[in-house]
Design a protein. Structure first.
Length: 400
């Protein structure tokens, strides 16, 4: 692939999902980087390395790319450009920013990305744009950056979507504080706690209920800033808590009580839903015998029965699940205050919306094989269409 243009995340992930060996492309990108005066080759190489599981080297390549060039233009628009979107992103892995390329693939929206770091603020000269989108995800590392961007865009001359002060509220404990008392919602109390405090609990020097008001075993635990189920475990008793801490080097953790959300058939179901301008859209349904569900490990591709259920759920969503939880989705939208928001959720036995996580950077896409998931393309087109309408509406507000 001999080109100086950016290949982009969407195309590279499509290649990876289809089973393409990215190693030869990686070698080409390394060769290109030696003569590339910009950062395109390094940025694509960073993505290839992440997709191949080499995170540390990938982030090193990305840092070099951003140092040489802050602004990138992934290939999203396929013809006439009707909307120009500028996104502010931070350095980091695939969970560090809203993955806008998937939402805009093959559209009439031209995307420009400007990367900012603690050492590299917004450049004085930026691409002309109709709408600004803050794509930086909440994390400890990004909190100062979100504050910096919030001040920089306080009087921005174009409409701004996903304000940074609202993104800053998306930590697990802050999100819980926003939603725990909401009608129709079950979001267990989540607290941030130090290793030292948990060691006191494990050694029976401190009752669990002293730190977690509704705390009783089993509980779930994960390191702060951990995503995609990494190092997430269910803790059944004090011994398993002690063992977990022994194996984890982290100094801070989130804990909350475990909610058994399996259905009457014994299966667990996790729904990924996005709110776009307040309206809910389903993106996937993961069905598994295990309580920790990720779409890739739920074996959806191997089960026609699971896929049939997912298809029915998508077809009926507006008149069934979304209708049933109208008040809950409305409350989430009102309290969170983000134009675009991802929700991972299930349902409790008493029919409440069980919230696992909310944030602005969940990956939603349409790269699953069409021959295996023919029903997904129409559903994701609804999502992409709604996202475009949100951009268009914002753009029109900006010219009034």
């Amino acid at each position: 692939m001999q080109t100086n243009e950016l290949i982009g995340l969407a195309k590279l992930m499509r290649m990876a999902y289809s089973g393409c060996d990215l190693a030869p492309l990686g070698a080409q990108l390394i060769e290109r980087a030696e003569t590339d005066t910009g950062g395109h080759a390094l940025m694509d190489l960073s993505t290839v390395l992440q997709l191949r599981g080499n995170r540390d080297l990938a982030l090193n390549m990305q840092a070099q790319a951003i140092k040489s060039q802050q602004i990138y233009s992934p290939p999203t628009a396929t013809g006439q450009v009707n909307i120009r979107l500028l996104a502010i992103m931070a350095a980091g892995d695939l969970m560090a920013n809203t993955p806008l390329e998937f939402l805009l693939e093959n559209s009439d929206v031209a995307l420009d990305i400007v990367y900012v770091t603690h050492d590299l603020p917004l450049p004085a000269e930026l691409p002309d744009h109709d709408v600004l989108f803050v794509a930086i995800a909440q994390s400890d590392q990004n909190m100062p950056l979100l504050e910096q961007i919030d001040a920089a865009i306080a009087s921005w001359p174009r409409p701004v979507l996903n304000r940074p002060d609202r993104i800053a509220l998306m930590s697990r404990n802050e999100a819980c504080a926003l939603l725990k008392s909401a009608p129709g919602i079950n979001m267990p109390i989540t607290i941030r706690v130090t290793r030292q405090t948990l060691e006191q609990v494990a050694n029976e020097r401190l009752p669990l209920t002293d730190i977690l008001a509704d705390g009783k075993f089993p509980i779930i635990i994960r390191p702060v800033d951990s995503h995609a189920g990494k190092d997430l475990e269910k803790i059944e008793n004090l011994d398993t808590l002690a063992n977990y801490l022994h194996n984890m080097p982290n100094n801070e953790f989130y804990i909350s009580r475990f909610v058994d959300y399996r259905g009457q058939d014994g299966w667990f179901r996790k729904y990924r839903i996005v709110l776009i301008d307040g309206k809910p859209f389903v993106c996937h349904v993961g069905i598994s015998e295990h309580w920790v569900i990720h779409y890739l490990n739920a074996n959806m591709a191997e089960s026609a029965e699971k896929r049939a259920e997912e298809e029915r759920f998508m077809i009926d969503f507006d008149n069934a699940f979304a209708c049933k939880h109208t008040e809950a989705f409305h409350t989430i939208n009102e309290r969170v205050g983000l134009d675009y928001l991802g929700i991972d959720c299930g349902e409790t036995a008493d029919g409440k919306l069980l919230i696992f996580e909310i944030d602005s950077c969940m990956i939603v896409h349409a790269i699953d094989p069409v021959d295996i998931f023919p029903y997904k393309q129409p559903q994701m087109n609804k999502v992409f269409g709604a996202f475009r309408r949100m951009l268009l509406s914002a753009m029109q507000r900006g010219v009034l």
